[in-house]
Ligand binder design. Sequence first.
Ligand code: ATP
Length: 297
Amino acid sequence: MDEPVIPGQGESSTGGAKNVSGSMSASAGAVFELSGATVRYGPLTPAVDAVSLRVRRGECVALVGPNGAGKTTVLRALLGLVPCASGRALALGRDARAWPRDALARVVGVVAQREEPAFPITVREAVEMGRYAHLGAWRAMGPADREAIARAMRRADVASLEDRWVATLSGGEWQRVRIARALAQEPLGLVLDEPTASLDLKHEMELFELIADLVRHDHLAALVVSHHINVAARFADRLVLLAGGRVVADDTPERVLEPARLAAVFNWPVAVHRLPDGSLQLYPERRPPRAPEAPTP
Ligand code: ATP
């Protein structure tokens, strides 16, 4: 199958995607695009129902919504892991299922929801694994590959950890290593499924700051699934709110965080307040206290 022509894509010495150092001009085209996409796992209600969304380079989009809304399924469709029953899922303008897996891995970095370090390897070896999509089965690592790995480790701030065994890392350090591994692919787009699920507030903020920096300065397209709407609202350019497999809203956080809409989607009363920095934050309300039971006679 032919190597796809990537809009705005320069040639690297490895013949794959160009580096993440911000040297490319941002492409006008979408890196990720769903167009009226419906995905079914069986004959029942579709998991994703006629969903359309786009993520361009230099844009961070957060996919939010209740459990079972279809967020992970959207990512799977965009990565060509599940077929669309109708509509289309495109990566860089090409049908996600038509991409050869290694070619897609050179342009899209994935940080999946759950992954425990499986082998006794060092941080450097883990990040090097991200380079395999460029190396193939037979080509040895060259200077461009080593530079891409070193740059990815610097970018994700894990260079000082390079000799550590991955099994000894904290949750936050391991997440940064996984991002470094994705960056070693020198991708144009990043897909992250709940990347901060088990992180404390410092590590969560650091991770979102890193994603925002990769989007702003390296012009990556980032699609992030998160249950942490308040953090997502502070970093994402757009929130795509999913419920029951459908897009309920796709707009700036300012426009999406509307109390009545969120209360309906999450089936829980919420209030929305503005922080001093101008961003909106969601507060789930407490249930009113139950009235004391009448004493039994
Ligand atoms: P969560 O926030 O809980 O991770 P989600 O928004 O990512 O949920 P999905 O994992 O995409 O939601 O699931 C959407 C729907 O599809 C759910 O009803 C789920 O039970 C169903 N589903 C997901 N994966 C499969 C599968 N492999 N086989 C059958 N049904 C599935």
